[in-house]
Write a protein that binds this ligand. Structure first.
Ligand SMILES: Cc1cc2nc3c(=O)[nH]c(=O)nc-3n(C[C@H](O)[C@H](O)[C@H](O)COP(=O)(O)O)c2cc1C
Length: 388
């Protein structure tokens, strides 16, 4: 049975309309790679991992960065949508989320010069002899320029113009497959040093053609991909774009650039800017000059929201329901994405409702659990309300 976690009261539980979609609250599960796919196909792990978030009450559950080409995987374990055979695995995830009142979303991307690396738990660096022995062989990679992420990493082949056109089409094809799979929200991964952001950033992009040089040139790939994806994705469904709002390294992409990019993306029909940061010169989201502290990326979402009028999504060390509520109350973002804390507690939204005083009777929980928990609460000393 589908339960809704929506209504008046805390802002965190106010629905949000995006195009024809109605999100039941403001809580998004951030895309999180699981490195558990084989040949890009989703596994039981993904269905359980993502299914728990759908039953846990989030409004929107993003499936991890999914590669639009085989070459564009971060690791051998990354999910893909470069072929029709990969649709069924995604369709199972999307159907289950919808059954439980969550909007299934997908992040699509291309790892660029950060492709062909180790699964994090094997080192999070370039593939080495131990990975080869495991059968994880490196593959040739592409990027804006022949510059590796760091010393010892693979050197990317600079993309030639016809290859760029093909890649733009690959993004659009993945968007069409995402729709066929039943996803209702789509996010372009334009962050963390992967292909699109490596074109945006002057750190990685040293091209002298139309796809490099000044801000306009470096933004060209992001905008062409967005235009193609928006054209392939239905007008009634929302499109998100995740940015690394700042590189956080000397001479890198800066917040002013992000505001300019957001305005251009808005003109192309992007609905939400999802504000992350870092990753241009190291693993995942590394950024030397961005101090990690609770809500450290919220000011990025706030500025983009204020200067563009666009809805934004805040992410990064948002762990407490009151912290999330304050972000909304202060007008810093419209959506709050939860990553690692949702791994700690997949029922984070249900518990947040309780913490914010909205639900103590388990009526919002899946019926399979809620009925029993409500009876136990009424009849037993065992029940202890969660700490506020
Ligand atoms: C296991 C794991 C995998 C991640 N994979 C992705 C990903 O696929 N795409 C992405 O944009 N960010 C990815 N991230 C970053 C998260 O989406 C999120 O932005 C980050 O963890 C900060 O939020 P948090 O402090 O709530 O975890 C990943 C993070 C984790 C922990």
């Amino acid at each position: 049975m589908t339960r809704t976690l929506a209504g008046a009261g805390p802002l965190l539980f106010r629905p949000l309309e995006l195009r024809s979609l109605r999100l039941r609250n403001r809580i998004v599960i951030s895309p999180m790679c699981q490195y558990s796919a084989h040949e890009g196909l989703l596994a039981d792990w993904h269905r359980v991992h993502l299914g728990r978030f759908a039953t846990g009450g989030a409004a929107l559950v993003f499936t991890e960065a999914t590669a639009v080409t085989k070459q564009g995987r971060i690791t051998h374990g990354c999910t893909g949508l470069w072929s029709d055979e990969q649709i069924a695995g995604h369709a199972a995830v999307a159907a289950f989320a919808r059954l439980h009142g969550a909007v299934p979303g997908l992040q699509i991307g291309h790892a660029g010069r950060k492709a062909s690396m180790q699964r994090p738990w094997f080192g999070n660096g370039p593939l080495n002899e131990a990975d080869r022995a495991r059968g994880d062989l490196p593959w040739p990679i592409v990027g804006p320029s022949a510059l590796p992420v760091a010393e010892g990493w693979l050197v990317p082949e600079p993309l030639r113009l016809p290859q760029i056109q093909t890649l733009v089409e690959d993004f659009a094809a993945a968007a069409r497959r995402a729709l066929a799979a039943g996803y209702q929200a789509l996010e372009i991964h334009g962050a963390h040093g992967y292909l699109i952001q490596s074109f945006l950033s002057p750190i990685a992009n040293k091209r002298t053609d139309a796809y490099g040089g000044d801000l306009k040139g470096r933004m060209r790939l992001a905008l062409e991909v967005t235009e193609a994806v928006r054209g392939a994705w239905p007008a009634e469904l929302p499109l998100f774009f995740r940015v690394s709002a700042v590189d956080g390294v000397d001479g890198g992409w800066a917040l002013d650039d992000t505001v300019a990019l957001a305005k251009a993306l808005q003109a192309q029909g992007v609905d939400v800017i999802d504000c992350s940061s870092g990753g241009i010169a190291g693993s995942a989201t590394a950024a030397a000059r961005v101090k990690r502290q609770p809500g450290f990326q919220v000011p990025f979402a706030e500025r983009v929201r204020r200067e563009t009028g666009m809805p934004t999504q805040a992410v990064g060390l948002i762990t407490h329901p009151r912290q999330a509520e304050a972000i909304l109350a202060q007008g810093q973002a419209d959506l709050v994405a939860i990553g690692r804390e949702a791994l700690v507690d997949p029922n984070w939204p249900l518990h947040a409702a309780e913490t914010l005083g909205r639900s103590v009777d388990f009526a919002d929980w899946p019926a399979q659990y809620g009925w029993w928990l409500a009876v136990r609460r009424k009849n037993s000393e065992l029940y202890r309300p969660r700490e506020a």
